[in-house]
Ligand binder design. Structure first.
Ligand SMILES: NC(=O)c1ccc[n+]([C@@H]2O[C@H](COP(=O)([O-])OP(=O)(O)OC[C@H]3O[C@@H](n4cnc5c(N)ncnc54)[C@H](O)[C@@H]3O)[C@@H](O)[C@H]2O)c1
Ligand SMILES: [Zn+2]
Ligand SMILES: [Zn+2]
Length: 396
């Protein structure tokens, strides 16, 4: 019997590396002929995992975490036609059937057939269909032909694995945030949040031709990271309004596009930056985006937050000044990123050296046993993206 180990959520603030079941090509009692088993080459810790580990969701104890997976196919089901054993593949964090109306329309983040509770599924995530996560040594991926992106050359891919590992989530997610905020050549953009998603979004804005990318956060090391690749930065701890700080940089208090890369655990601005104010980023985005502009919202908002400070917020009801956005004819774009829409193009941007995404988000590779420490450091605001290397396969 093959062994497997994975990172399990135990209780708020605690994750543990445990022995877990070796994956089977099965969906309940049924054989999963369209699935593959992967030996995981790299699997990243995400800000989305932190929402669960901080106790801000209804994630059950024992949930095996991990939705950012890159791996080697070691077993393929009978009906997998085009992916082969030995292929090195990137796994979009969205699990998608490829057969429902949303998948057919490219909306793989809201597949209708992979989660009995709601549209959309992911590996190792609360409310996302109960799929086993991939911060582990091995994992099962269903609908493999549809979901997986095969890297064209294994040696070339392993040499760039620190970059390519980001294709399973944060690079496409940041890019999607920029695209849905209408970023293009010459755009002036405000990106809220300098965590890995915010930094990936800022890189994407540059890739899309933005003229000025302004990144706001309250963690100085993360802002330094944004500066390192040419962003303007705003320290939101300062008691100067965001609009005034933007005007100091570009001469006017308005941008063309804004991207929320923070989500519901947002902090307030200025003297309130030490306290949580879940609607701050959305309200700020409406304040500083020009009339007619668009706001991309990859930052996560939830339908239930047991750790919220008000009864309304516990149900996901936030104090959003929607009238302001309405008056300015803003467009809003929410939801999980449909990774598959972007991952092939972004892979090529990496392989042909058009983008240095691992450097921008400051990837640090750690062993599976170091995952709990990675969670702690990330929670403290480390300016890093932790990538777990469960089999020691990633070259130095
Ligand atoms: N839509 C998707 O498909 C998708 C995919 C991945 C991640 N996400 C979500 O994106 C968000 C960011 O992910 P991450 O990994 O970068 O997380 P993170 O927690 O590392 O980063 C969030 C950053 O926001 C900063 N912040 C807090 N309040 C702020 C404010 N008012 N203004 C500006 N910055 C503020 C924090 O200091 C932190 O640096 C999370 O909510 C995550 O769940 C969504
Ligand atoms: Zn993620
Ligand atoms: Zn589907």
């Amino acid at each position: 019997m093959c062994q497997n180990r994975g990172v399990a959520y135990i209780e708020p603030g605690v994750v543990e590396v445990q022995s877990i079941e070796y994956p089977k090509l099965a969906l309940g009692d049924r054989k999963c002929h369209h699935g593959v088993i992967l030996q995981i080459v790299s699997t990243n810790i995400c800000g989305s995992d932190q929402h669960m580990v901080r106790g801000r969701t209804t994630a059950p104890a024992g949930l095996v975490l991990g939705h950012e997976i890159t791996g080697l196919v070691i077993e393929a089901g009978r009906d997998v036609e085009f992916i082969k054993e030995g292929d090195l593949v990137s796994v979009p964090f969205n699990i998608a059937c490829g057969r429902c109306r949303n998948c057919k329309a490219g909306q793989t983040g809201i597949c209708l057939n992979v989660n009995p509770g709601r549209a959309g599924a992911a590996y190792g995530y609360v409310d996302m269909g109960g799929w086993v996560g991939g911060q582990a040594e091995y994992v099962m991926v269903p609908y493999a032909d549809f979901n997986l992106l095969k890297f064209p050359d294994k040696d070339q891919a392993m040499a760039k694995i620190r970059d390519l590992t980001l294709l399973s989530d944060i690079f496409p997610t940041g890019y999607h945030g920029a695209v849905t905020a209408g970023v293009g050549p010459g755009s002036i953009v405000y990106v809220a949040g300098a965590g890995p998603v915010g930094l990936a979004c800022a890189v994407s804005c540059h890739l899309l031709g933005a003229a000025v990318v302004i990144v706001g956060d309250m963690i100085p090391e993360r802002l330094e990271q944004a500066k390192s690749f040419g962003c303007e930065v705003i320290d939101l701890r300062k008691d100067v309004s965001l609009a005034d700080q933007i005007a100091e940089i570009i001469g006017v208090p308005e941008v063309d596009s804004a991207v929320d890369c923070v989500g519901f655990e947002a902090h307030g601005h200025g003297s309130e930056s030490g306290t949580e104010q879940p609607a701050t980023v959305l309200n700020a985005a409406m304040t500083i985006t020009r009339a007619g502009g668009a706001i991309g919202i990859p930052g996560l908002y939830v339908t239930g937050d047991p750790g919220a400070s008000t009864e309304a917020a516990k149900q996901g009801n936030l104090n959003i000044r929607i009238g302001l956005g309405w008056a300015k004819s803003h467009s809003f774009y929410t939801g999980q990123c449909p990774v598959m829409k972007y991952h092939r193009q972004l892979m090529n941007a990496i392989l042909y050296d058009k983008v240095q995404i691992a450097k921008a988000v400051n990837v640090e590779v750690i062993s599976l046993d170091k995952a709990p420490k990675g969670y702690q450091d990330f929670d403290k605001g480390a300016a890093k993206k932790f990538v777990i290397d469960p089999h020691g396969l990633i070259p130095n």
